[in-house]
Design a binder for this molecule. Sequence first.
Ligand code: AHR
Length: 599
Amino acid sequence: ITVQIGTHEGAEVAPDLWGLFIEDLNDALDGGLNAERVRNGDFEFNAADRESWHALTGWTATPADRAAIREDAPVHRNNTHHVRLTGPVTLVNEGYDAAADPGERLRFSCFARTSGEGARLVAALGGEPAELDVAPGDWHPIEADLDAAGEGRQALRLEIPAGSVIDLDCVSLRPIGTDGRALTFRPDLLQSLKDLAPSFIRFPGGCVAHGLGLENLYHWKDTIGPRHERAQIPNVWGYHQSRQIGYVEYFELCQATGATPVPIVAAGVCCQNYPGGAVPIPDAEMDQYVHDVLDLVEFANGDTDTTWGARRAELGHPEPFGLRYLGVGNEDQITDDFRDRYARIEDALRAAHPEITVIGTTGPQPAGPDYEAGWAYARERGTDMVDEHGYMNPRWFHQNLDRYAAYDPTESKVYIGEYAARSNTVRSALAEAAYMVGLERRPDVVRLASYAPLLARVGHTQWVPDLIYFTADEVLPSASYFVQRMFAEERGTRLHPVAVEGAPLVPVAIPAAGTVKLRSGGSEVEYADMVLDGRPLPDARTGPGDEGVPLGGIDPSSCELAFTATRRAGEEGFTMVLGPEAPQSFLEMHIGAWQNKST
Ligand code: AHR
């Protein structure tokens, strides 16, 4: 094989090309990157997060009737619930798979108050308990370092002796850093992100950025300041957002990893998947919203004599965060309300901050009506850059290696804000790698790209595939992680023409036997892990819009096909749709067993 590398002709690889996408899904933040070990330490979980949840979810009180949730004179108006403990009572937090491994030292803290002559709180992690006095009076912070000891992972155990009555809130347990301060980020996960050497980090999503309903829209100002002052809201992925990792922490994460921040703000409408549709921010509130977006730029970049620059300094960051990009919207439908709200935000940003690259949005798929409408709108407005998403099967990635050659470099640049080849296999990782070479080769069009989603706690996923899986004490990178890392570590800077001789492409012979797809009711469903005669099929994870799973090399006279898929509510089962050339004997299929799960 001869590989000829030609002379560099002036084109440079896009300097910020490889970055990270972070969203609070799959327990990525609380129970993940957030170093906090206490689950529901603020007693703010509720049924809007998940139907069965309540303010004591995560906690067990013994006896139960000595722990009462109260709302009187809260620690802050954004943190309305606390627990009143009337001793003798023991309160245990289940944490995220308990709290600590024996040998660990963690910083315990909480807010407490008691009346009368004071009270006593005993905190332990299976080892030497800390006996803490709670002074009489209003809410005040309490702190102690605890050593975990005993057999296996230990839960946080709080004991209130007989005679003591304490109100408790904002309970926390965090590892301690080398500087003696409680850590913000879980160190092993942080290291796994640093190792990806990201040029940028996009946050806070994803769907989380625009939320389900206006109440759920992500307002950055609600997420800064002391923990107990932050507004906590339900997470679109079916759990709770404590916002302990809020905008300052996202900026700090960028600093810690050397990445440039790419915040995404809602485009003045909530997510269209909300049962009420893409509700727009009321006209009368839009000016304030636009101001909030401009204030974000001031917060990130303003001098300390500006209002929001001063606020940044007050929160420990006199130096600017160096904001250069700002995304507006996420996979939105291009409705009239969207156009109107988006235009107001983009116009204001252009006028006040021409130095910021604004990123618009083009829907959830790399084709289709939202994609077309998003692009048409970006062209009409001359938007700097647009965000394209694509969760496709590996075949699609191979078929789209040179997708961006067809794009006009004089139009909006492209940020591939979310992409992944389905299935989390080496095969999908290789497909992504091939695609990424294609992205590197189109710097006149593609400026930024981030695999998504980034983090997933094993057993708590709402979305697969993901880049980095983790448990309480393990980091489990996917094959795709190593692809991302290789591209980031071995970062090319200049483009050279390459010619390969002597290695003709060898066609791989897979007997053509058509494809199979699943429908439930009128539409295609996502399905996964299709197994034929005990053998996982390639591209076995697929869904709406795909061409279907290829049924290569089977014995059509007798075979067993198994798959997992989500049945739509109210519908009986699935229809199997066979593509061209599918063996006729499939049509005489015998359905052995539907193992219906509750979903
Ligand atoms: O990455 C998971 C989700 O996929 C994001 O929240 C959304 O933008 C996309 O549909």
